[in-house]
Design a protein around this ligand. Structure first.
Ligand code: PLP
Length: 457
């Protein structure tokens, strides 16, 4: 076994790598799973085991692993121009072409693109551009963001502050920017007995309005939300939610930032979730599936109104003093362009809708009635199963995450990689998945699920 050798990659991983989002002491005991290569919806570890990647990596590998067209696009661009930047009037063709394509496919009011390397940087940029925009308009007090409990927007200082998950705040001294977190739009968990989805949405919109009025509308800059929450547990909002939230925001000159880092590029069966929910954002944040994560890249699209104020202010003070060394990177954007071409040419958005419909049905058919399953939810090719200790009372496990972790571990044994968010099991397979592959994925998961739940009894 390679893992038992003192000089193995496994041993050296434990020796040298600090892992993201990992219990470091547990990692020292169990060591890493070294993923060695990937092909389509599968990845293979260095001990020869194959797994269906039911999470597309981190919700991101739309076109699957081993896509030669993306490797070729990167290689071509590396040979021609491996690096350049967008500071002080410089530009490069792939960045321009990808910006043009993103404006073409995104909601109509969005006209300009700013590139960053990660979703967190993009959300930090959103915060800074909103502040810059409001300062440019002379609205110097209008700085507070409204986000949601359970929302995920990244982990840098500003984005991490917008994130509404305790594990991303605890002992990091976050949140640190002015932000207010309102209730998670999760009907199963937070609706009152007898409340309809519409009534729940109305109550949340009233809560939002009360939050704005209490702080003073002249202090609230923007509302940020994932159209369908991802990392907080895959939570589709209740009926009418976005319509009502948008109406409140418009009433008080509050910008809407749609964080589609997970939702974007077909995940819900529409190119963007804004389309699915009828959201008309002032700022749209994209990453992950923008390159299928073959290269680090994120993009921020802004409305013309925001652009015009920013442009005037940059002329007034001499510059827009914001940008990243590797922003608008030619290799990342060349890969992004090719990735978008694959998504469009191969009808991956339509595939997500068609296979997604069957996946949603199958998940409900197989798991909804199980005594330890509280809710099965999702849209298109993103879904979650919420595990509960008591179906009738919706009581959570104590400690939270015990069963989720057992299923996650059993998944590896049965050749499927899922994500356990506490006791919420997430599915987000590559958009290329066929119906037969999706059924195989659920078969493997079902075996892992029954093994782990039987061990609990
Ligand atoms: N926004 C959303 C909705 C995300 O899901 C993520 C990452 O999962 C981010 C932002 C942060 O992106 P990154 O990890 O690239 O910083």
């Amino acid at each position: 076994m390679p893992s038992s050798l003192p000089n193995s990659i496994h041993a050296r991983d434990v020796e040298y790598l600090l892992h993201a989002v990992t219990n470091a002491r547990r990692h020292e005991e169990r060591g890493p799973i070294i993923i060695d290569r990937g092909e389509g919806i599968h990845v293979f570890d260095d001990e020869g085991r194959s797994y269906i990647e039911a999470m597309a990596g981190l919700w991101s590998v739309a076109v699957g692993f081993g896509e030669k067209r993306l490797a070729d696009a990167a290689y071509r661009q590396l040979q021609k121009l491996p690096y350049y930047h967008s500071f002080s009037h410089k530009s490069n063709e792939p960045a321009v072409l990808l910006a043009e394509a993103l404006v073409r496919i995104s909601p109509e009011r969005l006209t300009k693109v700013f590139f960053t390397n990660s979703g967190s940087e993009a959300n930090d940029t959103a915060v800074k551009l909103v502040w810059y925009y409001n300062n440019a308009r002379g609205l110097h007090a209008k700085k507070t963001f409204i986000a949601r409990q359970g929302g995920y927007h990244g982990i840098t200082i500003a984005a991490g502050s917008l994130t509404g998950l305790p594990t991303n705040h605890r002992d990091f001294d976050l949140p640190i920017i002015p932000v207010k977190h309102v209730t998670t739009p999760h009907f199963y968990r937070y609706a009152q007995p007898g409340e309809s989805e519409e009534a729940f949405s109305t109550r949340l919109a009233e809560e939002l309005e009360a939050t704005i009025l209490e702080a003073g509308p002249d202090t609230i800059a923007a509302f940020i939300g994932e159209p369908l929450m991802g990392a907080g547990g895959v939570i589709p909002p209740p009926a009418g939610y976005w319509e009502k939230v948008q109406a409140v925001c418009r009433r008080y000159d509050i910008l809407i930032v749609a964080d589609e880092v997970i939702n974007g590029f077909g995940r819900l069966g529409t190119m963007f979730a804004c389309e699915y929910y009828g959201i008309d954002p002032d700022i749209l944040v994209l990453s992950k599936q923008i390159t299928s994560s073959y290269q680090p890249l994120a993009a921020l699209l802004i409305s013309d109104a925001i652009y015009q104020a920013i442009a005037d202010n940059s002329a007034k003070i001499g510059t827009l003093g914001h940008g990243f060394t590797a922003g608008a990177h030619p290799v990342a954007t060349a890969v992004g362009l090719e990735n978008l071409a694959i998504i469009e040419e191969n009808g991956l958005v339509e595939n997500a809708r068609a296979v997604g419909e069957v996946m949603q049905r199958e998940l409900r058919r197989r798991f909804a009635d199980h005594p330890l399953v509280g809710e099965v939810r999702g849209i298109g090719l993103i879904a979650a199963i919420e595990l509960v200790a008591d179906k009738a009372t919706k009581a959570r496990f104590d400690p939270v995450g015990k069963l989720g972790l057992a299923i996650f571990d059993a998944g590896h044994e049965h050749g499927v990689i899922i994500r356990a968010i506490g006791d919420q099991i997430a599915f987000c397979p590559p958009l290329i998945i066929t119906e037969a592959e999706m059924i195989e994925m659920l078969d493997r998961f079902e075996r892992a699920f029954h093994q782990a739940t039987a061990a609990l009894a």
